[in-house]
Design a protein around this ligand. Structure first.
Ligand code: GCO
Ligand code: CA
Length: 262
């Protein structure tokens, strides 16, 4: 037993949508643990910027333009990656979007768009990647879930529906693929300081104070706080861990919260 359990040298990791924020932090973590990083995005510009940033850190990184909700584009993209970079050992389904609108005001098209990116895309990308993993005798799939895999919140109905679904999709993948030595798990980030939460994190916004008081650790997460869980679930250290969601949340799900005078 040693730290080698966590070594990702020689592994290739595809982290979808990892051009900023939590995905980028997780990709850097996997890269620092030795993995070759592959990321995709629909925007070539964002992708190029991200690849530059990874390379500046001395990481081995590749970028591909494709849309995770487009099955044909995903299949082509995965084939290209595996031909040009190599077989994907680790898949992190990270790409996601959110729309904050009360249910009664939400258009079906907006609800659908969130479900497509946050729930259907992980199904599409995993399906494309898992066939090779089965042939090669193993792999790691990590689905990025959310506090909203467990909790509701005003205005994020589609996101919560998708992330709750993604938690159950994770369990189904684990059920179907564990026998192939493929470990499928989730990571459920708590409230993190990223561009996604920027609008609700600004100083003076009631949500900012609410999150700090609702989180036992009494702070927003830093994207780097996710790296340990990502490395664990990508490495040999988790070879008998199947179908779990690791919540990295500063204790939010452990508690009902507290009155404002405590
Ligand atoms: C919100 C937030 C959340 C977080 C995160 C929580 O509006 O409540 O954006 O949805 O992004 O996913 O785990
Ligand atoms: Ca390899």
């Amino acid at each position: 037993m040693s730290i080698d359990l966590f070594n990702l040298k020689g592994k290739i990791a595809l982290i979808t949508g990892a051009s900023h924020g939590l995905g980028m932090a997780m990709a850097k973590g996997l890269g620092n643990a030795g993995a070759t990083i592959v990321v995709n995005n629909t925007s070539k510009d964002k992708l190029n910027k991200a690849i530059e940033e990874y390379k500046a850190l001395g990481l081995n990184a590749y970028g591909y333009v494709f849309d995770v909700t487009d099955e044909n584009a995903v299949n082509e993209g995965i084939t290209k990656i595996e031909k040009e970079v190599g077989p994907i050992d680790i898949l992190v389904n990270n790409a996601g979007i959110i729309k904050r609108t009360p249910i009664i005001d939400m258009e079906v098209a907006d609800f659908n768009a969130v479900i497509q990116v946050d729930l259907v895309a992980p199904f599409i990308v995993s399906k494309a990647v898992v066939k090779g993993m089965i042939k090669r005798g193993g792999g790691k799939i990590i689905n990025i879930c959310s506090m909203m895999s467990e909790l509701g919140r005003n205005s994020v109905s589609a996101y919560a529906a998708a992330k709750g679904g993604l938690k159950m999709l994770t369990k189904s993948m684990a059920t179907e693929w564990a026998k192939y030595n493929i470990q499928t798990n989730g990571i459920g980030p708590g409230y993190f300081a990223t561009s996604q939460t920027a609008p609700i994190r600004v100083d003076g916004h009631p949500f900012n104070e609410f999150i700090i008081s609702r989180t036992p650790a009494a702070r927003w997460g830093n994207p780097e706080d996710l790296q340990g869980a990502a490395i664990f679930l990508s490495s040999k250290a988790s070879d008998f861990v199947n179908g779990h969601v690791v919540y990295v949340d500063g204790g939010i799900l452990a508690t009902i919260g507290k009155p404002s005078n405590e």
